[in-house]
Design a protein around this ligand. Structure first.
Ligand code: C2E
Ligand code: MG
Ligand code: MG
Length: 760
């Protein structure tokens, strides 16, 4: 209930207007009031400038009794209310007003006026003959008066029917303006509700919004319990025509709704349904009326218009929601798109750490989807994607999110994951869910498999892009094992990935910056102890990192293809050095052995590269040896053997490096039949004498080589005992630390002059 005692002397219930006796002080004369009005008009010039004044009243306010009394009523005001001024003087100003003047409005006015400002409101004066006179009233605190008690001035301007309409239209244009400015639906509804309670006494506005299925959701329920308003909406749409306004008295509602309405002081409900641009019912604008069963025609017209305003706002709101949905969802599957799922990922990561649970991000990639799309057409491709998204949604738990982040890639976010086992179980579920054949509408069955990269996140801090790139690494691992599998990302990879990336970048410029160099490790004839040649072993003098061994960069060079230019450089450099190699004491020319990687051997241009380098530097073929390792992909063996055969035909030596390790040893001997040398891997040489197996392998390898007419180089000879054992086994050549480690060019030249590197 509103405070009943206000400076305007307006008590809470109009039915019990206070008729207090006049104050002891005599009412001021007109000549006293005139200057006051003048001062008021000076203070608030807009009152006088815009509006003709149709009536003036002044009241005193007794702060002790809390009552107000009219002390001056202008002649024209007395005419407006159809009473002589004498009837009014000394009585409460409420006597001037229609009982349907809203209390809230008057309290608000009182508060404004008390603060020394002007308040303007539309209200109704009550004519003695019963009819109401719409007026626009300005209330203000009288600036100063000879007497001490506060005085209030009320200036009334009649609102003729066109003026009433204009006021209404101006109110409505405020709302339309708000609509045009794109204010939120809630804000527009609130303005509409304010307008209704301003214009219609004893009225409260409710708004129920209907979804496509006709289910109501509350937008505004005023002071009512939401459930009551929803029940009213449901009853109104179920019990009668839904597209036209209707008025229902409280006692026409079924019990207990009728009782609830009665208890809340609702006499009748005026319902204005509104439809959207698609003509479907969008909701109800409801006026809960305290006393009247039906609105007057003006009110009805206003309510029809206001309900249309709400309809427009609802339509616009829905259009905005659709746009927002489209911006964040994939058009085909309706799943969250990349932007949205990454946003959800970021939020989920930020929430981590509150309990012990983790988050799992599963990157799902369909295997060979592009081929399927190309061969069967985009329509079939779309059907597959739809089915996959359906299955993914079906395999996650409540609270998890599935998004489509690329053509055939989906991201599944699983919250509340209890560690690795849980994430693995989810990945297994996804993989097996997708393994089932997809049945197309024409009955055709398609087998689609997926690889899944899983990242487990247990603490906040990681950015979505890092998580995605980790998931991509895991996906790569999963894809290596073929379709229909998953891999869990391991943190240690990250460090490796960063290093690899840096190495790759730096290696790109290593050749042009002349950072690569070769060391040479002598190869010695065991029987004489003399150096007969050397193996060129690459080094990288990487700025800031010192001289790096091949183990630090060859693998990366192979994976990135950089090994081809790097290898070409080695070939050229070796040819150049051979041409400049000094003649040694025994007058023979040494050979240099070059390691070739599988990737180089797979290049058809290898032979022409070698020929061009030989030509450039005038190198003789018999001084060149090429080493191939066993670790070569079977597919590449064909090209490799063609190249090696050509090189052998030119007169170059061909050696099978690291012989004995790997599983295809004997097969390689057959395939690389052009080879003239095997280099026994140092892991076997190492165990020579000490390990029975190693000794046996070395012995057998030498015997095998000799029966095939191949030379043998024992690699990694570290002790004289090993050297002696090899001599005893009639191994022809040796290479290893006991003779010399790989050395720089000048040192290699020096060793070439020394010639005998071991004396037995
Ligand atoms: P590899 O061809 O088997 O070369 C022999 C490796 O054994 C060399 O390692 C050498 O320093 C090392 N070694 C030699 N004697 C001993 C010894 O007595 N004990 C021990 N523990 N090790 C010994 P490095 O120079 O680190 O080269 C490693 C591998 O890198 C080479 O193995 C070769 O496969 C590859 N590589 C080196 N240079 C090139 C190149 O120019 N191109 C290609 N594609 N690969 C190269
Ligand atoms: Mg080698
Ligand atoms: Mg080797």
């Amino acid at each position: 209930m509103v405070d009943s005692s206000t400076p305007l002397g307006l008590s809470g219930t109009h039915s019990q207007l206070p008729f207090d006796p006049p104050l002891a002080a005599p009412a001021p004369e007109l000549h006293e009031v005139g200057p006051v009005i003048g001062m008021a008009l000076d203070t608030f010039p807009e009152i006088g400038s815009d509006h003709a004044i149709d009536g003036v009243a002044m009241s005193t306010f007794n702060p002790i009794s809390g009552q107000a009394h009219l002390m001056y009523v202008s002649e024209n005001l007395a005419n407006l209310v159809g009473r002589p001024p004498a009837d009014l003087l000394g009585r409460s100003p409420e006597l001037l007003l229609s009982p349907r003047t809203p209390m809230q409005q008057l309290s608000a006015v009182a508060a404004v006026v008390e603060s020394g400002q002007q308040a303007i409101v539309n209200l109704w004066l009550q004519h003695a003959e019963g009819h109401e006179v719409p007026v626009r009233a300005s209330f203000l605190l009288v600036p100063s008066l000879p007497r001490q008690a506060p005085h209030f001035l009320a200036l009334y301007r009649c609102l003729t029917p066109p003026a009433v309409e204009a006021a209404r239209l101006s109110d409505q244009s405020d709302i339309l303006d708000s609509l045009a400015r794109g204010n939120e639906l809630d804000e527009v509804i609130r303005q509409v509700a304010d307008r209704i309670s301003d214009q219609i006494p004893q009225a409260e506005c409710w708004v129920g919004l209907a979804d496509r299925a006709g289910t109501f959701e509350l937008a505004l329920a005023g002071k009512q319990p939401p459930e009551t308003v929803l029940n009213v909406c449901r009853y109104l749409t179920e019990s009668g025509p839904i597209s036209t306004p209707r008025c229902v008295r409280f006692d026409d509602f079924p019990s207990p709704l009728s009782d609830e309405l009665k208890q809340s002081g609702v006499h009748a409900v005026w319902s204005y349904p509104f439809a959207g641009s698609d003509r479907a019912l969008k909701g109800l604008l409801i006026v809960a009326q305290g006393e009247r069963s039906e609105p007057d025609p003006d009110e009805n017209q206003m309510l029809v218009q206001l309900s249309r305003v709400v309809a427009v706002a609802v339509d616009r709101n829905a259009a905005e929601a659709t746009l927002a949905h489209q911006a964040l969802h994939d058009a085909l599957t309706q799943l969250p798109n990349r932007a949205l799922i990454l946003d959800r990922l970021e939020q989920a990561v930020a929430r981590l750490g509150r309990d012990k649970s983790c988050l799992a991000a599963l990157l799902v990639d369909l295997n060979r989807f592009k081929a399927l799309n190309d061969s069967r057409g985009a329509e079939v491709g779309d059907q597959v994607l739809l089915e996959v998204s359906r299955r993914l949604r079906g395999s996650v738990r409540l609270g998890d999110t599935v998004g489509r982040i690329g053509g055939d890639q989906f991201l599944v976010l699983c919250v509340a994951v209890n560690g690795e086992a849980d994430a693995v179980a989810m990945a297994e579920r996804i993989v097996s869910g997708l393994a089932e054949p997809i049945v197309l509408p024409d009955g055709d069955q398609l087998g689609v498999t997926a690889s899944v990269g899983v990242v487990l996140i247990d603490r906040p801090g990681l950015s979505p892009s890092t998580i995605i790139s980790n998931a991509e690494s895991a996906l790569g691992k999963a894809a290596e094992t073929g379709g229909g599998s998953f891999a869990l990302y391991e943190e240690a990879w990250q460090q490796k990935t960063v290093i690899r990336h840096e190495v790759e970048q730096a290696l790109h410029v290593a050749i042009s910056e002349e950072e690569l160099l070769l060391h040479y490790q002598p190869i010695v004839e065991i029987a004489t102890g003399r150096m007969v040649g050397s193996e060129a072993l690459i080094r990288w003098d990487r700025p800031g990192h010192g001289v790096l061994p091949p183990a630090d960069f060859i693998e990366i060079a192979e994976e990135t293809g950089l090994i081809v230019p790097v290898g070409d450089w080695v070939i050229d450099e070796v040819c150049r050095q051979l041409a400049a190699w000094p003649v040694g004491p025994i007058g023979v020319a040494p050979f240099i052995s070059v390691n070739l990687s599988a990737r180089q051997l797979a290049e058809e241009s290898l032979v022409s590269t070698v020929l061009a380098a030989m030509d450039r530097h005038g190198t003789r073929a018999k001084q060149l040896a090429f080493e191939v390792t066993e670790s070569m992909r079977v597919e590449d063996i064909q090209t490799a053997s063609v190249s090696l055969r050509k090189l052998a035909a030119l007169g170059c030596k061909v050696a099978i490096d690291d012989f004995g390790i790997g599983y295809a040893t004997l097969d390689y001997l057959r395939r690389f039949s052009m080879a003239d040398t095997i280099k026994i891997d140092r892991s076997f040489v190492n165990g020579l004498g000490a390990s029975r197996e190693d000794t046996a392998i070395v012995t057998a390898s030498i015997a095998l080589a000799s029966s095939l007419g191949l030379s043998v180089v024992a690699e990694g000879v570290e002790t004289e005992a090993q050297y002696d054992a090899l001599a005893e086994l009639r191994c022809k050549f040796a290479q290893g630390y006991v003779l010399s480690p790989p050395v720089a060019l000048e040192e290699a030249h020096h060793l070439w002059f020394v010639s005998r590197l071991i004396h037995r």
